[in-house]
Design a protein around this ligand. Structure first.
Ligand SMILES: O=P(O)(O)OC[C@H]1O[C@](O)(COP(=O)(O)O)[C@@H](O)[C@@H]1O
Ligand SMILES: [Mg+2]
Ligand SMILES: [Mg+2]
Length: 335
C-alpha cells in the first residue's frame, strides 16, 4: 500500500526503477512539469489581481480566441522544458506547429517529446471556475542525434510512456501515470510541495454522473441522444445526476473519483467533436485505462487511433467501464 504524504519528488525517485526505460530522463521531465505547474498555479491563483484575465486578442490555429492565461501558461511550460534541456520537441494547443528543442543539445540526444494543452477549460478562466493543464509524453521514433520530426508526435496514444494533468481548483493537484497506475498529488501552497494524497486512483466500475454539454443535444447522433435519455429515465438507480463544469480536466477528475461518464460527441455542428486527440483525448484516455476506466470515440478505443494531424479532433467518451459500455450499446444500435 503506497504511504500517503510522500512528496512527489520522493515518489518520482522511488518509482524510477519501475519505469521500463528508466534512465532518469523521464524523472527530470516530470520534475520540470511539476515546476511549471507551480509557476502557472501562482499566476492562476492571482489572475483577478493582475491583467491576465480576458482575451489575448489572437486566435490559435484552430480559430479559437486565445485567452491571456492560455498564452501565459503556454510560455511558462515551454520555457521551463526548454531551460531544462530534457526534451527534443514540444507540441502545444497554442502553437501552430511543433517546436524543435535543440538549443543546447546540438547532438539531439534527448529522447522525449511532450504534447501539452497548457490551459484546459479556457471558457472558465474569467469566471473563477477550475481549469487545468494536460500533458502527454512519448519516446521519439526518429533516431537520437537527428532533429525531431512530425512522426515523433503523430504516434498512437497506446505508445505514450506517461501522461497527466494538473487541476487548478479548490486545491491544486497533479495527477499522472507512467504506466504503473494513476497517482494524485496535492500542492501544499505554504510549502510549495506536492504530496501524495490520492494513491492508485481508480474509476468506480459503475457511476451515477453524466457530463455532456446538453445545449448541443439536438445536434447529437441518435445513439448519444438515446443514452442521455437512458441516464435521465426514472428507473432503477436512475436518473443519474448531470454535472458539466466545461473543463475537461475537472469533469474527468470528478468522474474518476465519484464514478461517471464524460462525453464530447461529434454532432451536426461539430463533425469530429471539439476535443483534440493528441493533447486532450490521448492523455486522458491513457489515464482512464490505467485507472480501470474506458475511453472511446463511441465505437473504438481512443488509444488505437492513428493520428494524422497535430490538432485533429475526435469524438470523446470516457469514464466508468459499465457506463461507457452502456453508451456503446446505444451507439451500436443506431450505427
Ligand atoms: O463549451 P463546450 O463546447 O461545452 O466545450 C467545453 C470543452 O472545451 C474545452 O474547454 C476545450 O479545451 P480548451 O479550453 O483547452 O480549448 C474542454 O476543457 C471542455 O470540456
Ligand atoms: Mg483543452
Ligand atoms: Mg487549452
Amino acid at each position: 500500500m503506497l504511504k500517503k504524504n510522500k512528496t512527489l519528488g520522493e515518489f518520482i525517485i522511488e518509482n524510477q526503477s519501475s519505469f521500463q526505460y528508466s534512465s532518469g530522463e523521464l524523472s527530470k521531465l516530470i520534475n520540470a512539469l511539476r515546476l511549471a505547474a507551480k509557476v502557472v498555479n501562482h499566476e492562476v491563483n492571482k489572475a483577478g489581481l493582475v491583467d491576465i484575465l480576458g482575451d489575448a486578442g489572437d486566435t490559435n490555429i484552430q480559430g479559437e480566441s486565445q485567452q491571456k492565461l492560455d498564452v501565459l501558461a503556454n510560455e511558462k511550460f515551454i520555457q521551463t522544458l526548454k531551460n531544462r534541456e530534457i526534451v527534443c520537441g514540444i507540441a502545444s494547443e497554442e502553437e501552430d506547429d511543433f517546436i524543435t528543442i535543440n538549443s543546447n543539445d546540438e547532438n539531439h540526444q534527448n529522447k522525449y517529446v511532450v504534447l501539452i494543452d497548457p490551459l484546459d477549460g479556457s471558457s472558465n478562466i474569467d469566471v473563477n471556475v477550475s481549469v487545468g493543464t494536460i500533458f502527454s509524453i512519448y519516446r521519439r521514433v526518429t533516431p537520437v542525434g537527428t532533429p525531431v520530426e512530425m512522426k515523433d508526435f503523430l504516434q498512437k496514444g497506446s505508445e505514450q510512456v506517461a501522461a497527466g494533468y494538473i487541476v487548478y481548483g479548490t486545491s491544486t493537484m497533479l495527477v499522472y501515470s507512467t504506466g504503473d497506475g494513476v497517482n494524485g498529488f496535492t500542492l501544499n501552497p505554504a510549502l510549495g510541495t506536492f504530496y501524495l494524497s490520492h494513491p492508485n486512483m481508480q474509476f468506480p466500475e459503475e457511476g451515477k454522473i453524466y457530463s455532456v454539454n446538453e445545449g448541443n443535444y439536438v445536434h447529437f447522433l441518435q445513439g448519444v441522444k438515446d443514452y442521455i435519455k437512458y441516464c435521465q429515465k426514472e428507473e432503477g438507480d436512475r436518473p443519474y445526476t448531470s454535472r458539466y463544469i466545461g473543463s475537461l480536466v475537472s469533469d474527468f477528475h470528478r468522474n474518476m473519483i465519484k464514478g461517471g461518464i464524460y462525453m464530447y460527441p461529434k454532432s451536426s455542428i461539430a463533425e469530429n467533436g471539439k476535443l483534440r486527440l493528441l493533447y486532450e483525448c490521448n492523455p486522458m484516455a491513457y489515464l482512464a485505462e490505467q485507472a480501470n476506466g474506458i475511453a472511446s470515440d463511441g465505437f473504438g478505443r481512443i488509444l488505437d487511433i492513428e493520428p494524422t494531424e497535430l490538432h485533429q479532433r475526435v469524438p470523446f467518451f470516457c469514464g466508468s467501464r459499465k457506463m461507457v459500455e452502456k453508451l456503446h450499446e446505444f451507439m451500436a444500435k443506431n450505427a
